[in-house]
Design a protein around this ligand. Structure first.
Ligand SMILES: Nc1nc2c(ncn2[C@@H]2O[C@H](COP(=O)(O)OP(=O)(O)OP(=O)(O)O)[C@@H](O)[C@H]2O)c(=O)[nH]1
Ligand SMILES: [Mg+2]
Length: 203
């Protein structure tokens, strides 16, 4: 697919009030600061669409972005695992993430972002277990690949795949900074949205 345009739709603070837009949603999840919002901006070619920051914990709400005339929606989720956030605040974010993942009527896939340099954290594993448990399909995307050499990337890709129990080919490598890895992701989105449309026409 080609992303021609993207626009902000809505921010949601209450997981009980998720909009039902009737089009497929792809959610971006991962540790705080891993590069979720930056990746949305990279994919859509709009550097100012989702707010990014060097301070972890930038995205605090569930943010909906419409792609190509709102025929597809990207959902930017708050990051987890940010140590400096108060416990009460953490619980609130956790509820928003869980609430979104179990409550959205249109979620087709969760893009789980992991920093290519680090081992998946216990929070990452918790998210993946949650997705398995609720049978929610996901795609693993390793971010910030500009930080490593080609040889290191090959090694880290295999290590990440091994740590979470998927095949190496199922770990996508991207860099929002260097703008690499986009084509494979767009092809993946094509496959996901086609499957969604096919399911709909069967009903
Ligand atoms: N080197 C490098 N830095 C990146 C890349 N993607 C994002 N960053 C930086 O990482 C920091 C966090 O990026 P965000 O996109 O705000 O991360 P986030 O996952 O949305 O963070 P929260 O909203 O706090 O959960 C920013 O300083 C970005 O510039 C990348 O591909 N390469
Ligand atoms: Mg963010």
């Amino acid at each position: 697919m080609v992303i021609k345009n993207a626009e902000f739709i809505v921010s949601v603070a209450d997981p009980g009030k998720l909009p039902d837009l009737g089009v497929p949603e792809i959610a971006f999840a991962g540790k705080s600061n891993v590069g979720k919002s930056s990746f949305i901006n990279f994919l859509t070619g709009n550097g100012k669409l989702a707010r990014t920051s060097g301070d972890p914990g930038r995205t605090r709400l569930v943010n909906y972005f419409g792609v190509n005339g709102k025929s597809l929606v990207f959902v930017d989720l708050p990051g987890y695992g940010f140590a400096k956030v108060a416990k009460s605040e953490k619980a609130k974010w956790g509820n928003m993430i869980d609430g979104y993942l179990t409550g959205s009527k249109n979620l087709v896939n969760v893009f789980v972002l992991l920093d290519v340099r680090h081992e998946p954290t216990s929070d990452d594993k918790m998210l993946l277990n949650f997705l398995y448990h609720y049978n929610i399909p996901f795609t693993v995307i390793a971010t910030k690949c500009d930080k490593l050499s080609r040889a290191q990337l090959t090694k880290r890709r295999a290590e990440i795949a091994n740590a979470i129990g998927v095949g190496t080919g199922n770990v996508f490598l991207i860099s929002s900074l260097k703008k690499t890895g986009k084509e494979d992701i767009l092809a993946r989105i094509d496959a996901l949205t086609e499957a969604w449309s096919a399911d709909r026409t069967e009903e």
